[in-house]
Design a protein around this ligand. Structure first.
Ligand code: NAI
Length: 249
């Protein structure tokens, strides 16, 4: 559907869920792909098998996005393996550690902010010099509707995702004149490992609030992310697109 021939893309958290769906769509369009993830060998093997039908390069680096040293090393190696080129960054890696604020531990707070918000800072900063040198680049950050409207039991997660939205808008202003676009998506309730463990009573509460009457699939988020990464959205920057079956209405 999209043409990403001769493009080099980095997707964080690309071994499963939404990130994996993004990797597959970018590869289908012909992009060479790098993934930064902490996931296991089995997930990598699975992705490699799936990608073997496309004639593209796949680099997988095990690194924790919250660790600036690991990210710097991984991204330096990736850019080197891509011969100094990097066109697309998808900041997708994210976690939840849900709890009511009164019960939330400092570790639950710190971990979510470190992965979801500092991770975006770490990865973006490590890629930006290359994009500025190229005078071209696209960054898509995966936020959440919870970062726009809040959610009881997710003060840490919604603060991190609201932070990602502020980051997106500020960076869009900083680097627009350098030919770099920065946008965010705000998914609603999407069926992935992240939401699979949620109790049935939460699902039953949320479902009637969704006008489309169902939860979303990873591919339905990926297709918007990939559109944002493509030239079809060439006049869009600093934007946040909700993908939520109407839950924000
Ligand atoms: P998932 O849990 O299925 O996949 C997350 C991926 O990120 C995994 O491959 C995991 O190994 C990787 N990851 C986690 N921590 C990492 C770290 N410190 N460093 C590197 N990689 C790490 O989650 P899902 O649902 O695919 O979520 C992707 C993004 O979408 C996240 O940012 C999440 O917050 C966001 N999102 C998800 C929603 C949902 O309903 N599933 C709704 C709104 C936003």
């Amino acid at each position: 559907m999209f043409d990403f021939k001769n493009k080099k893309a980095l997707v964080t958290g690309g071994l499963r869920g939404i990130g994996r769906a993004v990797v597959l769509m970018l590869a289908e369009g012909g992009a060479d792909i790098a993934v930064i993830d902490i996931g296991g060998e089995e997930l990598e093997k699975n992705l490699r098998d799936e990608l073997s039908k496309f004639d593209v390069q796949l680099i997988v680096k095990r690194a924790d996005v919250s660790n600036s040293r690991e990210v710097k090393t991984a991204i330096e190696e990736i850019i080197q393996e891509f011969n100094g080129q990097l066109d697309i960054l998808i900041n997708n890696a994210g976690i939840t550690r849900d709890n009511l604020l009164l019960r939330m531990s400092e570790d639950e707070w710190d971990k979510v902010i470190a992965v979801n918000l500092k991770g975006v800072f770490n990865c973006t900063q490590a890629c930006l010099k290359t994009m500025i040198r190229q005078k071209n680049g696209v960054i898509v950050n995966v936020a959440s509707i919870v970062g726009l409207k809040g959610n009881a039991g997710q003060t840490n997660y919604s603060a991190s995702k609201a932070g990602v939205i502020g980051f997106t808008k500020s960076l869009a202003k900083e680097v627009g004149s350098r030919g770099i676009r920065v946008n965010a998506v705000a998914p609603g309730f999407i069926e992935t490992e992240m939401t699979r463990s949620l109790p049935n009573e939460i699902r039953e509460k949320v479902l009637p609030l969704i006008p489309l009457g169902r939860f979303g699939q990873a591919e339905e988020v990926a297709s918007v992310i990939v559109w944002l990464a493509s030239d079809f959205s060439s006049y869009l920057t600093g934007e946040v697109i909700s993908i939520d079956g109407g839950l924000m209405l």
